[in-house]
Design a protein around this ligand. Structure first.
Ligand SMILES: *[C@@H]1O[C@H](CO)[C@@H](O)[C@H](O)[C@H]1NC(C)=O
Ligand SMILES: *[C@@H]1O[C@H](CO)[C@@H](O)[C@H](O)[C@H]1NC(C)=O
Length: 362
């Protein structure tokens, strides 16, 4: 039989049985469900009592072909969570304990003849809690004045909304508390903008997903001198101090008359951290001799630059306490112990302390 003849035959058949063209009179609307829930997909047909009504899952993901699920009230798919029910003109596909893999487009197909079918589709969407994608930023290092961009992407359904915040409710460099969008761009970033940022992905399913992003801002050293001029009498000790803020951590040196100083009988240098980016650099001049008066330079350098500041040690005629106290050469130290301490000097200080203690007892 040729095509034309076949068509005539089908038409004749339809006429003979007094039927009108089969049609799908109803199919479920797009269905959104939660994991573990049950979905009912209904398909109602008209004038199709002779025709098989089938459910397919349309090709998607690793299924390159449509997957047949059922025909009339017979389940084909080997899936215990699926069941099928045909009641009159309505065929209902019931999917229980919904899994993520169940999402997709389901097709109700009425096979009118070998050649002819009609079909309708319904989308089954599964609500999925947000999961932040691996291509999101974990940390970023930029130099001050540059532009930093941190990005956050998340999967989930419905599409999660991404918001950015800072730790401790600090304001974002934009001046606001919250930024919405995948990318947070910070132009001309300042060192104050360093810290922890949070990306939060939320779509109303579950509790949302959060990732913290470390933003590190590199900057050249900034030196603060608490006392630019210090006074001390000869034969006493004095502390010269520079507060250095820098990232990455700087190397700090002290110079006098253009010469880099080392720890020796005239001076001892120590450093201790104040915050994670601020270091207190201390130069103790010991049993000061005439030639030790003058200008001292503290110099801090990292790969973003070098900064210098001057502290002047001026001769005084009465000892200044602290650090100088009753005993020449011995000084009380009211600070936290320095991290870097020349052991020889430590011994000297200890000997001094013991001597002082001994003196007090007698
Ligand atoms: C990041 O990954 C998600 C999928 O996990 C993808 O949808 C998104 O387009 C990716 N973004 C970029 C910028 O690569
Ligand atoms: C130290 O530097 C200051 C300012 O640069 C200057 O006025 C002063 O004379 C210097 N002191 C000595 C002892 O060179």
């Amino acid at each position: 039989m040729g095509v034309t003849q076949w068509a005539v035959f089908v038409a004749a058949l339809s006429l003979a049985s007094g039927q009108r063209n089969p049609s799908i009179s109803f199919i479920s609307k797009e269905t959104v469900t939660d994991i573990g829930a049950t979905a009912l997909l209904k398909c109602s047909v008209q004038f199709a009592s002779e025709s098989p009504v089938m459910w397919f899952k349309q090709a998607s993901g690793h299924n390159v072909n449509d997957v047949p699920i059922s025909t009339n009230n017979i389940l084909i798919a080997q899936e215990p969570r699926f069941s099928i029910d045909r009641e009159g003109d309505t065929v209902t596909l019931k999917i229980s304990d919904i899994q993520e893999s169940d999402q997709g487009t389901y097709e109700c197909r009425v096979q009118i003849s070998v050649r002819e079918s009609i079909s309708g589709t319904v989308l089954l969407a599964v609500r999925l809690k947000p999961v932040i994608s691996d291509n999101s930023t974990r940390s970023v290092i930029v130099s001050e004045g540059e532009t930093a961009e941190i990005a956050c992407y998340a999967t989930g359904f419905p599409t999660p909304e991404i918001t950015w915040r800072r730790d401790n409710n600090f304001l974002l460099p934009t001046g606001k508390a919250i930024h919405r969008g995948n990318v947070l761009r910070m132009e001309n970033i300042q060192k104050i903008a360093r810290g922890t940022y949070y990306c939060v992905a939320d779509n109303g399913v579950g509790r949302g997903s959060k990732r913290n992003v470390a933003v590190e801002v590199e900057f050249a050293p900034v030196i603060t001198v608490p006392r630019p001029k210090v006074y001390q009498a000869m034969q006493y000790n004095m502390d010269l101090e520079c507060l250095v803020e820098a990232y990455p951590p700087p190397s700090i040196t002290w110079l006098k008359d253009g010469i880099v100083l080392n720890n020796n009988q005239h001076q001892m240098m120590s450093m201790f951290p104040i915050t994670d980016q601020t270091t207190d650099s201390n130069l103790r001049t010991l049993t000061i001799e005439k030639k030790q008066y003058g200008n001292y330079t503290c110099r801090a350098a990292n790969r973003l630059g070098t900064t210098e500041s001057v502290v002047e040690l001026v001769e005084a005629f009465i000892p200044v306490c602290p650090p100088a106290c009753d005993v020449p050469g011995y000084s009380t130290n009211s600070r936290a112990p320095p991290l870097v301490l020349a052991s020889a000097v430590l011994v000297a200080v200890l000997v001094g302390a013991v001597t002082a203690a001994g003196l007090r007892h007698h």
